[in-house]
Ligand binder design. Structure first.
Ligand code: AP5
Length: 214
């Protein structure tokens, strides 16, 4: 099962992608997480990506596509995967399509987690992330058991650099200009499904499971 998660920044793609990966035993591949891990490790790729991410801009397609194609070519992706944050532009989607077609494969579902812009800024300012294991929380909706501490690994939670309100507005603008056209792209291929991302996360997941198991 090859799944793409679509949706605005903060719509809950990562939250749902992790739940899908757990239930259906497929790898969760987040280009944002790959970039953040590289930034943390101080790699050349990380330093290059950081220049764009801190401004709320997309990392250039060439760099992103190379990393993604490498990752989906790995052994653990043979039975499928859930892509979170990729593709984000039409050229990225076209490269992915071509790479899959060359292997006689295709995307099964592109799931759009639909959340209006006005909910997004509120969500992002409450998001807290674990820099060690990648778990995410929300100060109001999904609080950790102990304030500011990761339930899973005990590390101190942080506000992501790009979750500051001014950067979130920029990310939303970039989303509408460059990523939203993918909704029509996957709709034309007959694989687009839309779920209401304003529901509680378990309900959003129920809607997704219904789609995947139909
Ligand atoms: P990335 O890490 O992909 O960020 P994003 O797409 O902006 O998405 P987010 O991770 O911010 O949000 P999400 O939709 O996963 O929401 P989450 O589940 O965390 O990318 C970061 C940057 O990397 C980009 O800006 C770009 O620079 C670069 N990049 C990455 N991929 C790229 C690509 N392909 N090409 C070029 N550049 C790329 O949820 C958000 C919050 O809401 C959390 O606190 C969560 O707990 C809470 N929440 C989730 N669901 C619910 C719910 N149902 N109800 C209430 N709260 C909820």
């Amino acid at each position: 099962m090859k799944i793409i998660m679509l949706g605005a920044p903060g719509a809950g793609k990562g939250t749902q992608a992790k739940m899908i990966a757990d239930k259906y035993k497929v790898p969760h591949i987040s280009t944002g997480d790959i970039f953040r891990a590289n930034i943390k490790d101080g790699t050349e790729l990380g330093m290059e990506a950081k220049k764009y991410m801190d401004q709320g801009l997309l990392v250039p397609d060439e760099l992103t596509v190379r990393i993604l194609l490498d990752r989906v070519g790995a052994d653990d992706c043979k039975n499928g995967y859930v892509l979170d944050g990729f593709p984000r532009t039409i050229p990225q989607a076209e490269v992915l399509d071509k790479a899959l077609a060359d292997r006689g494969e295709q995307i099964d579902f592109a799931i759009d987690v639909d959340v209006p812009d006005e909910n997004i800024v509120r969500r992002m300012s409450g998001r807290r992330a674990c820099p060690a294991c990648g778990a995410t929380y929300h100060t109001e909706h999904i609080p950790p058991k102990t304030e500011g501490i990761c339930d899973r690994c005990g590390k101190e939670l942080v506000l992501r650099e790009d979750d500051k309100p001014e950067t979130v507005s920029k990310r939303l603008k970039v989303y509408h200009e460059q990523t939203q056209p993918l909704i029509d792209f996957y709709s034309a291929k007959g694989v687009l499904r839309t779920v209401d991302g304003t529901q509680p996360m378990e309900k959003v997941f129920d809607s997704i499971a219904e789609i995947l198991e139909a």
